[in-house]
Design a protein around this ligand. Sequence first.
Ligand code: XMP
Length: 471
Amino acid sequence: MNEGLTFDDVLLIPKVSKINSRKDIDLSIKLHSKINLNLPIISSPMDTVTESEMSISMARNGGLGIIHRFCSIEEQVKQVKRVKRAENYLIENPICISPQATLKEIKNKSIEYDFETFLVVDENKKLLGLISKRDYFLEENENKKAFQLMTPFEKLIVSYKKISLAEAKNIFRKYKIEKIPIIDKNRKIVGLITFRDFKNSLNKKASRDKNGKLLVGAAIGIRGDYLERAKELVRAGVDILCIDVAHGHLEKSIKTIKEIKKYFPDIPLIAGNIATTEGAKDLIKAGADIIKVGIGPGSACTTRIIAGVGVPQLSAIIKAKSGSKNIPIIADGGCRNSGDIVKALAAGASAVMLGSLLAGTDESPGEIFYLKNKRVKAFRGMSSAEAYKNKLKSTNDNPEYEPISEGINYGFIEYKGSVKEVLTNLEKGIRSGFSYCGAINIKELWQRAEFIKISDKGYKESLPHTINFLD
Ligand code: XMP
């Protein structure tokens, strides 16, 4: 019988290192020609982890979010669009309003889109003015119309041609304004450059597409509305699709990969989950661009207990890597700290997917509430009975057979602040791991990593011991 190992069974052996400073370590990875990340961390498509807010934060910090599929197609599309609208170099289709729009309507739009400035245009898209919070914040009459409140065209600084961000910077500096409408000779809207986007563009760490928009992924299944869902997500501008099913080494899954690649050959496709060499090979043969690995390691998973099936995650990564040649793999589930992430990467993963480590943050869906005097947020397994019921309600799935729950229904994660804070700490730990292994980048980590299997006593020694401490 083969032996299966996981993160706590091993340590990485320290190696001679030329690295002067941990900040010199390059954590970037290429998942696909269109998907480059500066931080090898992806947030899990779980309904208590990844919606638009999480995806925006993940991308701003160099990672990637995969929007979950446990909602209607319309809702998932809305989430994707929010991420794609969050940052731009040039907004090509700025949200415009009619001069007859009331202040009440403007305020509603502001909540819907999460920004405060709108271009006012006539029915031919000719620019009439601009309305920003400064124009309406103190106005009490909600029936006032946009044309009564806006800054009129004559007072605006506009550009009659597309300009670069560097040129925009000069205009922002010179006129101390925050918006530059781009128009043609007939005053028709061509685009909009905002100071906020300019400021965001200075963040070189962010994961972006070629137009400066943040990268975002979205999950689909293999039954019910999956094809329709994929089509709408692609139409909404999703950068990467993820076939997210518990048992990815299914013939139906393989058929879905082929189908998706036939319809959308240019959209990068993650497929999984698998935990074997054969699984990786079969999914790659079907056309998957990236393989997702993990059967049962997740914090909210009960698959191994219910079904008796799974492969300890470190062995699963090594097996999948041996069947994937140059195709990147994502280690999904089971990481409880930065040390686990370093081990997952060292075993051959290009990135890790995290659920519980990113749940309980400001950006994870759901409210903060008190449980035993602690601030917590809900967290649940996506194969749990509760998540399943919710999925049937919001998708067109109509299964003939009701599966048993393979996940925790009502879990809680202690509130931990912003995702940025969590990622910053994880990143520092990962840099430390690379440094001990003498690896300046992921390729060197793969070459240099040497694991040592440890005993229970070795594991105990790894934990803090002997001293008394408060937490
Ligand atoms: P972590 O450990 O980061 O794991 O919280 C996140 C991953 O766990 C998987 N997942 C599940 N697996 N039953 C399972 O067997 C479930 O109900 C379940 N929910 C999530 C998933 O791969 C996720 O990314």
